[in-house]
Ligand binder design. Structure first.
Ligand code: ZN
Length: 275
């Protein structure tokens, strides 16, 4: 168990005295729990719980004590506040003609975001993968990224650390981020808004995270994405800020059904390994 006197895992300077740090930003990770006011219940998948008679249910997105200092937590909040509107309201903006939409085929279109700054969105995505990597919570315990990638994400995050928006904006002008290609996937509509999942099952290359209505993929290097079907739809260059929007059916098959199957496969493997 970590203690409040342990060092912050991001800055490695201050004491990690912050409690209740969300591993995945709250604004993006709690829609699947259902409407506020209604009984909130969601499912966490981690390749361990899936074979037990009772799947693990949760009332909030996972949070952990003593991983971050107050400053680093405030910095992540700043990045989340800057990127939340783009994530939450892209459909409204698209409907109002504010965003460029590129149709690829009947089940896939690309939506090019016009905010936040592409680097801010990249920091948000890096922070989710990094937090999932360092977390000791059950959902993330077996999720370990390639150690060089994890350290690169930490260094990039720390490089841009700021405690106020003005300072963050200044950092965007002067600092450089290490580029790891990433892709974001969502759907235009969902069969059941409360049937999505939070899952950290595959820490490979690409590593993936299932975060309610969004799926994120990160590749270690540009050469690793060459030949992948996501290559043309990802965020490779520093100015890229686009999301893949798939059909309701494709989302269900890839992002709901498939993670459930993978989690069950992983749970079976864990069970065999433990024998
Ligand atoms: Zn810190």
């Amino acid at each position: 168990m970590r203690k409040p006197t342990d060092e912050c895992l991001l800055c490695k300077v201050n004491a990690a005295n912050k409690t209740n740090s969300h591993i995945l930003p709250r604004f993006i990770s709690t829609g699947f729990l259902g409407a506020k006011g209604a009984p909130r219940k969601g499912f966490l998948l981690n390749g361990i719980n899936e074979l037990t008679a009772k799947p693990k249910t949760v009332q909030d997105s996972p949070k952990e004590d003593y991983i971050l200092c107050e400053e680093c937590e405030a910095y992540f909040s700043l990045v989340e506040t800057a990127s939340a509107p783009a994530v939450k309201f892209w459909q409204t903006k698209a409907a109002e003609g504010e965003l460029k939409i590129v149709p690829i085929h009947p089940h896939l279109k690309l939506v090019q975001l016009n905010s936040p700054e592409p680097v801010v969105m990249r920091l948000l995505v890096y922070s989710m993968f990094w937090r999932a990597d360092i977390s000791d919570l059950g959902t993330f315990k077996n999720y370990k990224l390639d150690s060089d990638l994890a350290e690169s994400l930490r260094c990039s995050l720390l490089e841009f650390k700021a405690l106020a928006n003005g300072a963050l904006q200044a950092n965007l002008k002067t600092k450089e981020i290490t580029l790891h290609p990433y892709a974001t996937m969502t759907a235009g509509a969902f069969k059941d808004e409360t049937a999505n999942v939070l899952a950290a099952i595959n820490p490979g290359n690409p590593a993936s995270l299932h975060v309610d209505k969004f799926g994120f993929y990160i590749f270690k290097a540009e050469k690793d994405i060459a030949g992948n079907f996501m290559a043309d739809f990802s965020n490779i260059k520093i100015s890229d800020n686009q999301i893949m929007v798939v059909s309701e059916q494709l989302w269900y098959d890839v992002m709901v059904k498939r993670p459930l199957e993978m989690a069950v496969e992983q749970a079976k493997k864990n069970l065999l390994d433990s024998k």
